[in-house]
Design a protein around this ligand. Structure first.
Ligand SMILES: NC(=O)c1ccc[n+]([C@@H]2O[C@H](COP(=O)([O-])OP(=O)(O)OC[C@H]3O[C@@H](n4cnc5c(N)ncnc54)[C@H](O)[C@@H]3O)[C@@H](O)[C@H]2O)c1
Length: 273
């Protein structure tokens, strides 16, 4: 436990929010959450309350029907609503007005630097990017400051991550893609170019990756699991950020997505399932 953090509020309990709630509740934190769509939220809270009774988790979890109630006594608030800048700004502003002035507000955004959101709040020294990966299998998170974030806020965020057994990946200077997303993006980009340029088959690339890294799967299998529509959108966001034509994802990938070959979820992507 981090001394100054007892109550953690999560705003948005979708794919990522759900994982952040569960991971935090494993430790002795009070976890409060809010989602505009309450479907499934009571169920999640009840299931975690049962786990608490059976001593399977240490934390206490409650669902709140109003954002202000979820953040009223929070020390740390994680925003995990959809990837839309204006929505995130609105949520940050609501949190700023209704949470204790000392509370830290972090965004789980995949691509929006908190420096683009910070103008929505008064407490510009207490905001962070905390970008989680899929917590069921990848226990790490990028952590990045806004333009006015204090060292104290950053340290608390880092210690909180360590307390829930997530390895913090320190971003020293603001950058698009944080730490590991950027590394993975470079791998992905080269793989896509090898495929689209006809330089080698996907099987060769995956085979090489597996031998080299000793991982059980290669980049093309991983992209199929993520979803090729998601991969395409992410590549487009890098392209929009840089404006560099070399960052534009291959036309062949776009065509695959348009044909509905989205990977595992449609049984066909780079591979057939
Ligand atoms: N999906 C991933 O693999 C992944 C990984 C890392 C980071 N992220 C980031 O996490 C954030 C959430 O992504 P996700 O995949 O969990 O999305 P999601 O669509 O699964 O969940 C978003 C949740 O926010 C809720 N919501 C929408 N508007 C709201 C509002 N005004 N107030 C409260 N709740 C609201 C929705 O009902 C939904 O439950 C995004 O910023 C995304 O970029 C996603």
């Amino acid at each position: 436990m981090v001394k100054e953090i007892n109550v953690v509020a999560v705003i948005g309990a979708g794919f990522m929010g759900d994982q952040i709630i569960r991971k935090t509740a494993l430790k002795d934190y009070t976890v409060r959450f809010y989602d505009v769509n309450p479907k499934g939220c009571e169920k999640l809270a009840n299931s975690l309350t049962r786990k608490k009774k059976r001593n399977q988790i240490e934390g206490e979890v409650t669902f709140h029907e109003k954002l202000n109630e979820a953040v009223a006594d929070a020390d740390l608030i994680i925003e995990a609503v959809p990837e839309k800048l204006e929505l995130k700004k609105d949520i940050f502003s609501q949190i700023d007005k209704t949470s204790p002035p000392n509370a830290i507000i972090a965004t789980n955004s995949s691509s929006i630097a908190v420096s683009r959101i910070e103008n929505a709040v008064e407490r510009k020294d207490k905001v962070l990017n905390i970008h989680f990966y899929n917590l069921t299998s990848i226990p790490m998170a990028d952590i990045m400051k806004g333009s006015k974030t204090s060292d104290d806020t950053f340290e608390k965020g880092k210690k909180w991550l360590e307390s829930i057994e997530i390895t913090p990946l320190i971003v020293k200077k603001e950058c698009f893609g944080f730490v590991f997303n950027r590394v993975w993006r470079a791998v992905k980009k080269e793989c896509l170019e090898i495929w689209a340029g006809g330089y080698a088959d996907i099987e060769e690339v995956d085979k090489a990756w597996k031998i080299y890294t000793k991982m059980g799967v290669g980049p093309f299998k991983i992209m199929d699991a993520i979803g090729l529509d998601v991969v395409y959108d992410i590549e487009m966001s890098y392209y929009k950020e840089s404006g560099d034509p070399r960052d534009k994802p291959p036309q062949l990938l776009k065509e695959k997505v348009e044909r509905g070959e989205l990977g595992l979820k449609t049984q066909k992507g780079f591979y057939s399932y």
